[in-house]
Design a protein around this ligand. Structure first.
Ligand code: FAD
Length: 473
C-alpha cells in the first residue's frame, strides 16, 4: 500500500495531525495499535478529570451545611462512578472515529514498525502484515509510565496511573510515590474519596519545577485533607504482604517503613520508541531517549517527523495536538511553524496554571520586568462561590508592557489560563488586558485586576503607588 502521509499513533498528536492533513487534501493513513484518542482520552486527561470532578462534588457535599444544604445518606457507588467515567471516554472515542472517517482518513488498527527510510510494516490482528510505502511519516507514539527498579508494577499492589483510574475500590491507605502532577491529582482524588493518602517525593517541594508560591496553597490543602507529605524522601524498596505493602523510604530523618494497602507509582514517563524500527532509519534519540527533532519537528530523516510525548517535554496533550497541526500545515507549505508558549494546567485543589515566563525565568534572562498580582480573596465571584484561596500574577516587560507570563493558583485556574495564553501568544500588553471589558462577576476579572495592579491602578485592592496630579487626571 502507498500512503502519502502515514501517521503512527492515534493520540491527541496523531489524530489531530491526521484530521488537519486530510482537510488540506493529503491522503492520510493513521495506524493505532490500541484505542483512538491515545493516553489522553483513554487513560489520562479525560478519565482523570472526570473522576476529579466527581470526587470534588462528593467531598464538597458535607461542607455545604453553612449554605443551608444538608444531605443525608451520602454514599459512593464506585462501580457506577467507573461506568459513568467510561461512558464519557467511549462517547468521545466514537466521536474521533467518526471525525477521522468523515475527513477521509484511513485508520488501520495495528502496530506499525519502520522497516526502511520510507517504509513501515503494519501488523494487524488479521492474517498478514501490510507494507506501507510513505511519502511522509509522523511518529506520534506517545509515552508510558516509568517504574523504579524494585518497584515494578504488578497492577495489584503497585499501581500505575491507568490502574488508579480504573478505580475498582477506594483503598483505606494509599501511598503515592512521586509528587508530580499525576501523583498529586490522583492522590487528591483518592483522599477526597476517603483514602488515607501519603505522598513520597524525592525533591524538596511538591510539583518540582513549579514556582514554590503556586505550590504552597496546594500543599496546605493536601494537609487539610489529611494527606501526609514526605519531601526529600526516596523510595528504596518494597515488601509485599497479603493485605498490602510496606515501603522502605529514606528520609532526612532516617529510614522509615510505611505501610499501605496500595502503592501508586507516578515517577515520570518514558517515550515509546522501542520496537519502532528506528534503527532502520536516520531517526536519532536525545540523551533522555526522546526522538530528536528540530524546530519544525523534523527528525534526521527528511521524510519522518515526530511530535507529542515521544518528541520530548512538556508531556502535555495540547502540546502534542498543536505540534500535529504545525506538521500537517508545514507539509502543505503552511507559514506558521512555531508557537510562543505552551500553557500548563494542574488539576489539584486549588488548581495551578501558568504560561510563558515565570518571574525567575524573566530575571534570569536579564529582562526588566514589572509584576502585578491580584488575590482571589478580593474578587466578588470568588467570594460568591466560596473559593478565595490563591492569586493571579502577571509578569510583563517593563518597557513595552507586553505580557510575558502569567501564573495562577486558585479556582478554575485551568480555564483562566486560556485568556492568559492568548495574551502571551499575541503579544498583548497590560493595557490590552486592563482595558478589555470583562463580565462581572466572573473569575477572569482577576486577570484584568492583576494587569491593573502591574500598572499601579488596581480597583479592588489598595496598592500605594506614586501618583502625580497628571497621572490622576
Ligand atoms: P499518546 O496519547 O501517548 O498516544 C500515542 C498513541 O500511539 C497510543 O494510542 C499508542 O497506542 C499508539 N502507538 C504507540 N506505538 C505504536 C505503534 N508502534 N503502532 C501503532 N500505534 C502505536 N495532559 C494534559 O495536557 N492535560 C492533562 O490534564 C493530562 N492529564 C494526564 C493524566 C494522566 C493520568 C496521564 C497519564 C497523562 C495526562 N496528560 C495530560 C498527558 C497526556 O495524556 C499526554 O501528553 C498525551 O496523551 C500525549 O499525546 P501523544 O499523541 O503524544 O501520545
Amino acid at each position: 500500500m502507498k500512503a502519502e502521509f502515514l501517521i503512527i499513533g492515534g493520540g491527541p498528536g496523531g489524530y489531530v495531525a491526521a484530521i488537519r492533513a486530510a482537510q488540506l487534501g493529503r491522503g492520510v493513513v493513521l495506524v493505532e495499535q490500541d484505542r483512538l484518542g491515545g493516553v489522553c482520552l483513554n487513560i489520562g486527561c479525560i478519565p482523570s478529570k472526570a473522576l476529579i470532578h466527581a470526587a470534588n462534588l462528593y467531598h464538597k457535599i458535607p461542607e455545604l451545611s453553612p449554605l443551608g444544604i444538608s444531605v443525608e445518606g451520602l454514599r459512593l457507588e464506585v462501580e457506577r462512578l467507573r461506568a459513568w467515567k467510561e461512558g464519557i471516554v467511549e462517547r468521545l472515542r466514537e466521536g474521533i472515529a467518526k471525525l477521522l472517517a468523515a475527513n477521509g482518513v484511513r485508520v488501520i488498527h495495528g502496530r506499525a514498525r519502520l522497516v526502511g527510510p520510507d517504509k513501515a510494516r503494519v501488523e494487524s490482528p488479521g492474517p498478514e502484515a501490510e507494507l506501507v510505502e510513505f511519502g511522509h511519516c509522523l511518529l506520534a507514539t506517545g509515552s508510558r509510565p516509568l517504574e523504579l527498579p524494585g518497584l515494578e508494577f504488578d497492577h495489584e499492589l503497585v499501581l500505575d496511573s491507568t490502574d488508579a483510574l480504573s478505580l475498582r475500590e477506594v483503598p483505606a491507605a494509599l501511598l503515592v510515590i512521586g509528587g508530580g502532577y499525576i501523583g498529586l491529582e490522583l492522590g487528591t482524588l483518592y483522599a477526597k474519596l476517603g483514602a488515607k493518602v501519603k505522598v513520597v517525593e524525592m525533591m524538596d517541594q511538591l510539583l518540582p519545577g513549579t514556582p514554590a508560591e503556586l505550590v504552597r496553597p496546594v500543599e496546605r490543602r493536601l494537609r487539610e485533607l489529611g494527606v501526609e507529605i514526605l519531601l526529600k524522601a526516596r523510595a528504596k524498596g518494597l515488601r509485599k504482604g497479603r493485605s498490602g505493602a510496606e515501603l522502605l523510604v529514606e528520609t532526612p530523618e532516617g529510614e522509615r517503613r510505611i505501610e499501605a494497602e496500595r502503592v501508586l507509582q507516578a515517577v515520570g514517563r518514558k517515550p515509546n520508541t522501542a520496537e519502532l524500527g528506528l534503527e532502520e532509519t536516520e531517526v536519532q534519540l536525545t540523551e533522555k531517549g526522546f526522538i530528536r527533532v528540530d524546530e519544525r519537528f523534523r527528525t534526521g530523516n527528511p521524510r519522518i517527523f515526530a511530535i507529542g510525548d515521544v518528541a520530548g517535554p512538556p508531556l502535555l496533550a495540547h502540546k502534542a495536538s498543536h505540534e500535529g497541526l504545525l506538521v500537517a500545515e508545514a507539509l502543505t507549505g503552511g507559514a506558521k511553524v512555531s508557537f510562543r508558549a505552551v500553557p500548563a494546567a494542574i488539576f489539584t485543589d486549588p488548581e495551578i496554571a501558568y504560561v510563558g515566563l515565570s518571574e525567575a525565568e524573566a530575571q534570569a534572562q536579564g529582562r526588566e520586568i514589572i509584576v502585578g498580582r491580584f488575590p482571589f480573596a478580593a474578587l466578588g465571584r470568588a467570594a460568591a462561590i466560596g473559593e478565595t484561596e490563591g492569586f493571579v500574577k502577571l509578569i510583563a516587560d517593563a518597557g513595552s508592557k507586553a505580557v510575558l507570563g502569567v501564573e495562577i493558583v486558585g479556582p478554575e485556574a485551568s480555564n483562566l489560563i486560556g485568556e492568559a495564553a492568548l495574551a502571551v501568544e499575541t503579544g498583548a500588553t497590560l493595557e490590552d488586558l486592563a482595558r478589555t471589558v470583562h463580565p462581572h462577576p466572573t473569575l477572569p476579572e482577576a486577570l484584568m485586576e492583576a494587569a491593573l495592579a502591574a500598572l499601579h491602578r488596581p480597583i479592588h485592592i489598595f496598592v500605594k503607588a506614586p501618583r502625580t496630579r497628571k497621572e490622576a487626571a
